[in-house]
Structure formats: C-alpha cells, structure tokens
Design a protein around this ligand. Structure first.
Ligand code: CAA
Length: 240
C-alpha cells in the first residue's frame, strides 16, 4: 500500500474528487466527514474509500478520529485540510453565530486537522500538508466576511508551516480554487451564480477533478521543493 492520506470533508464535493484521485494514484486514503452519513456510506460503497465521522471544529474529536484512522491504516503522511462551510450574509446581517461557525470549521478545523499529525511527520522526516483555501480568501467576496477571513487565514497557516516543516521534509501548500461545480456553489441563487460565471474569463465553473489534480501533484515526492506556495485554479478570475 502507498502512503496514508487523510482528506477532511473527503466524501463530498471537491474533497470527494481529491479522495478518489489520491486512491487512483496509489495512496491509502481515509476521508473524514461531519454529518451526512448517507452520502458517506454511498461514497464508501462506490469507491471503497473508508470514511470516518468527526467534527473538525472540535480538537478532541479530531485527535480521536485521527487516531482511529492511524490504527486502521498506519501513520498519516499526507493531510488535505479540505472541510469547509459557508454561512453567507452581508456583514450588516451576519450574526456572531454565522461568524463563529465558519471560523470553527474552516480555520480552527485546519489547526485541529494538522496539529495531531504534525509530530509524527516531524519524527519520520516526511509530510505533505495541503490546505484548500479559496479565490475568495485572496480577493474577498460580498457576503463572505467570515469565509474570506478563514480562507485568507489558510494562506498564513501554510506560509508559516512551510518554514517550520521545511527541514523536516514537510511541505505545506494552499490551493485556491475558484468557483467549482459543487453543492456549495450550486447553493447560491441562480442569479448570483450567473453573475459569478460572467466574471470568469474561462466562461464556466471549474470541475472538482481540476482541483484534485493539483493536490495529487503537490503531495507527490516530486513536489518536495514547492513549499509555502499558493496555487490558484480559478479560470483566470483573479490573479492572487
Ligand atoms: N456586489 C455589490 N452589491 C451586491 C453584491 C455584490 N457582489 N451582491 C449583492 N449586492 C447588493 C444587492 O444588489 C442588494 O442591493 P439593493 O438592496 O440595493 O438591491 C444588496 O446587496 C442586498 O443583496 P441581497 O438582497 O442579495 O441580500 P441577501 O441578504 O438576500 O443575500 C448574499 C446576500 C447571501 C450574500 C447573496 O448576495 C449571495 O449569495 N452572494 C454570493 C456570495 C458568494 O459568492 N458565495 C460563494 C459561495 S461558494 C464558495 O464560497 C466556494 C468558493 O470558495 C468560491
């Protein structure tokens, strides 16, 4: 079996495409998910990829979930912090709860995912960390003060981790997807979606597999000198 890879939020959307691509590339993949048991069961049935349920916003639950993955598959050498949510609202309507939920999942969730696996990566002198940020963390977005803050935070996380991990053979990079055809993007109104597509020079939404291929490259042994970088995959919507 190949190296063990954990993909959070790995049973749906971009995460599902990442899990599948890593499996195809020969990795031993675990996909975490937060709550949708039905989607996770269907994903496992279709792909043979094991799914594990925990809330990435909860440190103790993350640590315990990661221990379960490692007991089943072995030490995690590759971690893809992908789990994320939106709670969109213009700032004047955004509630403290909408702010906190997004911070807990998208930002603290990244800490909670990487922190438990980091000591093992340091000891073994190898690790690959990929954080799924967003074009909206680079450019900001009307209605996404909370989400954009977390996605900009991801970039700070990988730039700092890259410096701390480099001598231990660990790389940490971010991918900033643009608007990708997933349930999250489909959840915005059709009018908003059309106006978004009009701003994408490629004239279309991206496909989850287009992000998955970036991940497969970044976690490969060949990408060892790419560290602390941000890959934009957005159809030329923004140059971050
Ligand atoms: N720029 C400027 N003004 C805007 C605007 C924009 N982008 N969008 C809306 N407005 C204006 C509206 O025209 C409206 O003005 P008027 O009252 O003068 O007509 C005002 O703001 C209020 O707009 P809404 O009635 O739409 O307000 P709302 O509370 O119903 O909804 C919203 C606001 C939920 C934020 C909605 O605008 C929205 O869904 N926006 C899209 C947010 C978005 O892009 N989310 C991305 C989700 S996918 C994702 O996050 C993945 C990723 O990483 C890319």
């Amino acid at each position: 079996m190949g190296r063990v890879a954990l993909v959070t939020g790995g049973s749906r959307g971009i995460g599902a495409a990442i899990s599948k691509a890593l499996k195809e590339a020969g990795y031993s993949v675990a996909a975490s998910y937060a709550g949708n048991d039905e989607a996770a069961a269907k994903f496992t049935e279709e792909t043979g990829i094991k799914t594990y349920k925990w809330n990435v916003g909860d440190y103790a639950a993350s640590k315990e979930g990661i221990a379960r993955v490692e007991a089943d598959l072995g030490p995690i050498e590759i971690v893809v912090a992908n789990a994320g949510i939106t709670r969109d609202a213009p700032f004047h309507k955004m509630t403290p709860e909408q702010w906190q939920e997004v911070i807990d999942t998208n930002l603290t969730g990244v800490f909670n995912t990487i922190h438990p696996v980091w000591p093992g990566m340091r000891e073994r002198k190898f690790g690959r960390v990929v954080v799924i940020s967003s074009v909206n963390g680079q450019k900001g977005q009307f209605g996404q003060v909370n989400y954009a803050a977390t996605k900009a935070g991801d970039i700070g996380i990988v730039r700092s981790l890259a410096q701390e991990g480099a001598r231990a053979g660990i790389t940490a990079n971010a991918i900033c997807p643009g608007y990708i055809a997933t349930e999250m993007v489909m959840a915005v109104s059709e009018k908003v979606r059309e106006s978004i597509i009009a701003q994408i020079p490629a004239g279309r939404l991206g496909e989850p597999e287009e992000i998955a291929r970036c991940v497969t490259f970044l976690v490969s042994d060949d990408a060892g000198f790419i560290n602390g970088s941000t890959i934009s995959a957005n159809g030329a919507q923004f140059f971050g």
